[in-house]
Structure formats: structure tokens, C-alpha cells
Design a protein around this ligand. Structure first.
Ligand code: HEM
Length: 407
């Protein structure tokens, strides 16, 4: 897999009418383009990649997240597969619920997973995550350098999710490859996306069916055994969909946030020294990293013509829910382009807003806290080795994919 953004479409002249989420400069630093869009045309449009609308104001993102079911979540990826792929047939949104569904399916499937991610429930994964982070650091600390994205950040979420779901942890590298195949490379390359999506589904079909026949003491068996009348004989299908979502939602996202935080502190010596000297800043620093480097953009599809402000979003049109851009809106954040690791008022929506707000946010915060804190405890002095060698992924989930660090 390549990491460096490659230009596949002509350069953009006007970001308000012709934006390109795969533009190499946008992938590396989208903030100036968001400012231009927000000032000139807060709900921008493009015909590229199948066409879409993109809100960039905090207020608009929050309002649109509430427009259910007019703006449906049944196609949550920012670029769709070409029409006619029978496997993408998703009438009830059960291929990755609750994110791929509208109510009522979104409501009962979300209820099934919320207890797993309650603040107290996720605490049980803290010591596992700490041990994992320490083991990873043991593997490279003597070298005085590592790729903080590949050797560290990328290694953490797939192992935590495998542990949580009860999947074989030795397959964690494959999970990462599959998820990247769907969310990164495959986004702009449908055959690649189908290939990796099918790998995930084939694997999960086997794992879930096996537990249906032979229940174990693990999360997948627990989900299968839940007394949820709506499953109505569809237990295996529903739990494959949920596990599919948890793998996809939990890996690229959290890895990106851990990587972005290390990118920041490896390139901003003042902030690194300040956090190193005062660990009480970790909670606000984590929220500021989530705000400034928010990784996730989701999509909605209009189920009818939806008038919004000066525009009419036509039935079938896609809306890219650019939560990251909302987190740079000067109407809501004082000096949004300034990173303040002690920012007190920080109403960011990196985890989305409304009925699909991230169900795993407590686990994501725990993983970020443990990963960055453990790094700082073991490696308080570090810097990016070669800023030109840092590469970023963009599109659905933005974050560093190669991050050479020396210490
Ligand atoms: C820093 C890391 C993460 C970020 C920034 C993030 C962000 C998001 C966002 C923006 C959404 C909203 C989607 C929408 O409105 O369409 C979402 C949904 C979701 N996320 Fe996360 N996420 C992260 C980590 C995780 C983790 C670790 C898990 C659990 C394994 C997880 C599970 C979910 C689930 C299940 C949903 C769907 C909720 C629903 O549709 O009701 N996320 N996430």
C-alpha cells in the first residue's frame, strides 16, 4: 500500500464549487481550504467523486446531524461504490449498524453496543493497553528512532479491538491492512474496496457463525445471546455487521489520532516540553489534539429534496459531514488555528453529533490517553526525524501514515 497522496484528478481552482477531498495538498493540510469555504460558501459543492455537498460551519454540521431521516446514514462512506454492486445492497442498514442505519435499526443496534463503551466498562481495557504500549516501546527504544505511526500508533487499536471482541490478536496486522483497504486505498478505488471488504466479511462470518454454534466467554458470543426481539432470527447477520463496524470504526480513527498527537509534539518543542513537565495537562491536551487534528469525515445521503440555507440538496445527493472543519470554526473556537494544550472551552465535535455520535468515544479517549502518556513517560524527549518524510492519509479518516521519529 502506498501512503503518499497521488493526484488522480485535475488541480482545484475553486474550492467552493469544485473541492477534491483527495487533492494531495488538501490531504496534507486542509485547514486553509476549509477557511476559504467557510468564508465564501459554507455549504460547498463538487461534482468530483460522484458529487457531494460539504458543510464547514460548526452550526451547520450540528444542524445537519439532526436531520434524520432526510439525511440518511445508510451510505456512510464519503465515496460510494459504483451502482449495481449487489453486495452493497443495504435495505435495513445492517451491514455495519448502527452507523449504516437510520432509526429504528440504528436505535436498537446502538443500544446493543453502548454498555460495552460506557466510561466504567472501558476502564477494564486500560491495563491491557498500557502493557501493549510498553511492549511496543520496548521493541524500538534502544534504536533511538522508530516510525511512530507504523511501529507504535498503528499497532495499538487493532490489538485493543481484537482483545475486546475476543478475536485472535495475532491477526491484528491483517485487520489493519483490511481496514486501510476499505477506508484509505479503497475509497477512491472500488475494486480494492470490495476486495478488502469481502476479506473482513468472510473472516467475521466464520468467527460469528462459530460462536453462534459454540458460544464462548467473549463479546461476540455476548452480542449473539442478547435478548433483542428485533434481531428476530437474524442474530448472525446483525452481529457480523456490528463486529464489522467496530473493526472499521475503531482502528483507523484511533490510530490516526494517536499519530497526530505524536506528530504535534514531535514538531512543537514548546508544547512537548510543557506537557512533559506537567502531566496534569493530558486531559485538555488530548481534547485539543482531537479538535485540531480531528480525523473523521462521515457521509449522509438525502432521501428527499432538502432545502438548507441558500442551497437545495437534491434527493440522492451526498453530504460530507466534515466534523474536522467544524472544529476550526472561529464562531465557536477562540483562535481556532492556535493549538492550546490547556484550552478550557473546547466544544469540539470530532466524535460527531446527534444520534450517530461516536459510540466508542470513551474507549478512543482511553487509548489516546494511555498511548501518548506511556510514550511521554518512556520517551520524554523526541522530535520528528525528517519532516519531509511524514505522509498523511485523507478522505474518510485523516492522520499520519509514516512518522519517522528520533529520540
Ligand atoms: C479518536 C478516535 C475516534 C474518532 C475521532 C471517532 C469518530 C467518530 C465519528 C465522527 C462518528 C460519527 C459518525 C456519524 O455521525 O456518522 C463515529 C461513530 C462511531 N464510532 Fe467512532 N471514532 C473514534 C474511535 C472509535 C472507537 C475506538 C470505536 C469503538 C471500537 C468507535 C466506534 C464507533 C461507532 C460504533 C460509531 C457509530 C455510532 C452510531 O452510528 O450510532 N469509534 N465515530
Amino acid at each position: 500500500m502506498t501512503d503518499t497522496p497521488v493526484r488522480k484528478t485535475p488541480p482545484v481552482d475553486d474550492w467552493t464549487t469544485d473541492y477534491d477531498i483527495f487533492d494531495p495538498e488538501y490531504v496534507v493540510d486542509p485547514v486553509p481550504m476549509w477557511t476559504e469555504m467557510r468564508q465564501q460558501c459554507p455549504v460547498a459543492h463538487t461534482d468530483r467523486w460522484g458529487g457531494s455537498w460539504m458543510p464547514t460551519r460548526h452550526e451547520d454540521l450540528q444542524a445537519m446531524a439532526k436531520m434524520v431521516p432526510e439525511l440518511s446514514s445508510k451510505a456512510p462512506l464519503v465515496v460510494e461504490l459504483p451502482e449495481g454492486d449487489p453486495n452493497e445492497d443495504n435495505p435495513d442498514g445492517l451491514n455495519a449498524p448502527p452507523i449504516s442505519a437510520d432509526p429504528p435499526e440504528a436505535t436498537w443496534t446502538r443500544k446493543m453496543i453502548l454498555p460495552t463503551f460506557a466510561p466504567k466498562a472501558v476502564e477494564q481495557y486500560r491495563s491491557f493497553t498500557e502493557d501493549l504500549c510498553n511492549q511496543l516501546i520496548d521493541g524500538f527504544i534502544a534504536d533511538g528512532r522508530c516510525d511512530a505511526a507504523v511501529d507504535y500508533a498503528q499497532q495499538i487499536p487493532p490489538r485493543v479491538i481484537a482483545h475486546l471482541l475476543g478475536l485472535d490478536p495475532s491477526r491484528a496486522d491483517e485487520f489493519t491492512e483490511w481496514v486501510r483497504g476499505v477506508l484509505e486505498l479503497g475509497l477512491s478505488d472500488p475494486p480494492v474496496r470490495i476486495h478488502y471488504r469481502d476479506k473482513i466479511l468472510t473472516f467475521l462470518r466464520e468467527e460469528v457463525s462459530d460462536r453462534f454454534m459454540n458460544p464462548r466467554d467473549d463479546k461476540i458470543s455476548e452480542l449473539l445471546a442478547m435478548d433483542v426481539p428485533e434481531m428476530n432470527g437474524r442474530e448472525v447477520q446483525v452481529v457480523i455487521g456490528i463486529a464489522n463496524l467496530l473493526l472499521i470504526a475503531g482502528i483507523d480513527t484511533t490510530w490516526s489520532s494517536i499519530g497526530s498527537a505524536l506528530f504535534h509534539f514531535g514538531s512543537h518543542e514548546d508544547d512537548r516540553r510543557r506537557l512533559s513537565a506537567d502531566h496534569s495537562l493530558f486531559p485538555t491536551a488530548t481534547e485539543e489534539m482531537l479538535r485540531y487534528y480531528s480525523p473523521v469525515t462521515m457521509a449522509r445521503v438525502a432521501q428527499q429534496d432538502v432545502p438548507y440555507g441558500d442551497v437545495v440538496i437534491r434527493e440522492g445527493d451526498k453530504v460530507l459531514m466534515n466534523f474536522p472543519a467544524a472544529n476550526h470554526d472561529p464562531e465557536v473556537f477562540e483562535n481556532p488555528e492556535e493549538i492550546q494544550i490547556d484550552r478550557q472551552r473546547n466544544r469540539h465535535i470530532a466524535f460527531g453529533s446527534g444520534i450517530h455520535r461516536c459510540a466508542g468515544s470513551n474507549l478512543a479517549r482511553l487509548e489516546m490517553d494511555v498511548a501518548v502518556r506511556t510514550w511521554f513517560e518512556r520517551i520524554p524527549e523526541f522530535e520528528i526525524e525528517n519532516p519531509n518524510a511524514v505522509t498523511w492519509a485523507g478522505g474518510q479518516v485523516r492522520g499520519p501514515r509514516s512518522l519517522p521519529m528520533r529520540f
